[in-house]
Design a protein around this ligand. Structure first.
Ligand SMILES: [Ca+2]
Length: 298
């Protein structure tokens, strides 16, 4: 049965419509991929467009960078979250979440995709954006892998330096509810903080949030899922108030995701939230459309 499924195409939502997408799970399940560790190995998967934007090609899928603005409570630009846009061979856009969450994708492929995404985001950010902070998503498994290698972060550090960026402008967003080995993850994240990188807990409030894990990680920012804001608006303020108190106690900042209206923005600002992100602030924009990247909202 599993063999049959591996070679099926997968029904996915593309641009809000249902398609049977030409994403072949078999490309990811046929053999265990070697983890791309050296610069040369990563470079073989990269291409550059005529305008200089960098994209990656891996097992039949093309990956591009999109950037979504993050603002401070004053409305001023604080930085951007880099988001991956993944395309099938025929150019259809895939939804990122089901692509990564398929159970058939080996961890080595996940790590490789994660690394390639960071490489293209860093290059595109340095070339086309340059202002403010850069938020990069990192799967816990990739953080664990980097932390387990003797020189795990060296290539990242040299790449950041070559691009003219400083480590303290880069926030790694870590999903707080998906890790099999908390102790190693915390140790790996502490190493990154020692190198000057910043750590953000991603999607806090989704599924079973772990306050104890957040306390161990001691993040610079806690990114709060929109569901906590929705609960707050519906008369259930406890969770949102609790995470704001937790952040203040840990000397961390709070970023609320999913800000969709001026009312959302004003509500979280009055609660003392430090940063905001969402469609009201700005939608993710492909690097090729960067001239319209961000216009201040206030
Ligand atoms: Ca994120």
């Amino acid at each position: 049965m599993s063999c049959f499924l591996r070679y099926c195409t997968v029904a996915m939502k593309v641009c809000g419509k249902n398609y049977v997408c030409l994403y072949h799970i078999g490309n990811y399940g046929k053999s265990v991929a070697r983890i791309l560790r050296t610069r040369d190995e990563l470079e073989q998967h990269l291409t550059q467009s005529e305008v200089g934007s960098c994209s990656a090609y891996y097992k039949g899928n093309t990956m591009k960078s999109a950037f979504q603005p993050i603002v401070s409570a004053s409305g001023a630009l604080f930085g951007y979250e880099a988001l991956l846009r993944i395309y099938c061979q025929d150019g259809l856009l895939l939804q990122t979440e089901p692509f990564f969450s398929t159970g058939f994708m080996p961890s080595s492929d996940r790590i490789n995709l994660d690394r390639l995404a960071r490489v293209i985001h860093l290059r595109n950010f340095a070339r086309f954006v340059s202002d403010g902070a850069l938020f990069l998503n990192m799967t816990p498994i990739a953080a664990l892998d980097a932390g387990s290698q003797q020189y795990g972060y060296n290539s990242l550090i040299s790449r950041v330096k070559e691009l003219g960026l400083s480590n303290d402008r880069i926030y790694f967003e870590i999903l707080e509810h998906t890790c099999a080995n908390d102790r190693l993850l915390v140790s790996s994240l502490q190493d990154m903080q020692d190198y000057g990188f910043r750590i953000a807990i991603d999607d806090y409030g989704v599924d079973a949030s772990s306050e104890s894990r957040v306390r161990k990680v001691n993040p610079d920012i806690i990114k709060v899922d929109r569901s906590l804001l929705t609960d707050y608006m519906d008369g259930k303020p406890e969770e949102l108030q609790a995470v704001i108190s937790l952040a203040h106690e840990l000397n961390a900042k709070v970023l609320t995701e999913g800000i969709e209206s001026q009312n959302d923005f004003n509500t979280v600002r009055e609660l003392g939230v430090d940063y905001m992100q969402g469609y009201y602030i700005g939608r993710p924009v492909l690097v090729s459309e960067l001239p319209c990247l961000f216009e201040p909202i206030i």
